[in-house]
Ligand binder design. Sequence first.
Ligand SMILES: Nc1nc2c(ncn2[C@@H]2O[C@H](COP(=O)(O)OP(=O)(O)OP(=O)(O)O)[C@@H](O)[C@H]2O)c(=O)[nH]1
Ligand SMILES: [Mg+2]
Length: 342
Amino acid sequence: MFNFFKKDPKVAQDTQTNPDKPAPSKPSLFARLKSSLSRTRTQLTSKLANLVLGKKEIDAELLHQLEKILLEADLGVVVTKNIIQKLTQSLDRKQLNNPQDLFTQLKTELESHLLPLEQPLVINTETKPFVIMMIGVNGTGKTTSIGKLAHQLKNQGHSLCLAAGDTFRAAAVEQLQVWADRLAVPLIKQHSGADSASVIFDALQSCQAKEQDILIADTAGRLHTKSNLMDELKKIKRVLGKLDPTAPHEVLLVIDATTGQNALQQAEVFTKEIGVTGLILTKLDGTARGGIVFAIGQKLGLPIRYIGVGEDIEDLRPFDAKAFVEALFEETEETEHTSDKI
Ligand SMILES: Nc1nc2c(ncn2[C@@H]2O[C@H](COP(=O)(O)OP(=O)(O)OP(=O)(O)O)[C@@H](O)[C@H]2O)c(=O)[nH]1
Ligand SMILES: [Mg+2]
């Protein structure tokens, strides 16, 4: 695929090399984001490139083909229709004169859908502890994201503790214990099968006594029935409120991007039943359907706090709308981007 875009200066800043410093071999955040979105990029932008290949003009038929591509990349009907409508208006006003115009406007439209969702998690340090509850169906990446997030927050200088609130799945406590040991943060836990709300209540008490900055509570992704799970999560919120009426301060819903439209339905249930303040969208590295970010954003209007782009500890990223769209459109060959090394 050939590159339609010059590097955006705002994104490029992040990837500048200081000539005085030897470049470490670690790829920049942007290069990593780009490589993790490669499957979605193939699905979306490579098809776009083929679509306009050899074309000098943009016409209604081409926009029709574009509509199909956007739908196949899981952007969802509403976002796709909205974008095609805007492009059609520009075509009618003779503002889409060549493929470059089309790509430029498409990028702008994509960004404008994502920008309102870019609201990073802000830890209120006056609230001690700031309580984060991690929820979502089983296997979406809750426990792993807790580990990655705890790592980041600790590096930012916060003291924190973890609560092993998934008392249902065998080995869930051990999984979180591995993270707690690795990060050297305290884990409050009980035996498997214990009451989840009681574990998290104890954890908050302990965290309050130690004046820790942040508590992150893991929860189960599956119980015997879905209504059991919702009841348990509601109970956890209730008991937290007994110790601190303002807790939980953040309820993060973890969504697996590889599950496409299913993810959307799950998100709607959790949002309605529990109340969600932010999203973590995981496994964007494992899907060609990263366009689901647009559909989820449009449908739920909830802030996307983080995206998961791999299994490494560093692979949880604050969501950056501009970088996300840029990564979908940028050329992949690393050799063309020597400045991508930091
Ligand atoms: N490739 C990739 N894998 C991820 C990402 N986030 C999580 N995973 C993997 O997804 C799998 C499930 O992650 P968990 O954190 O155990 O999921 P969970 O939601 O806690 O699952 P339950 O405890 O069963 O409810 C693990 O193998 C993780 O390494 C991501 O962003 N990218
Ligand atoms: Mg888990």
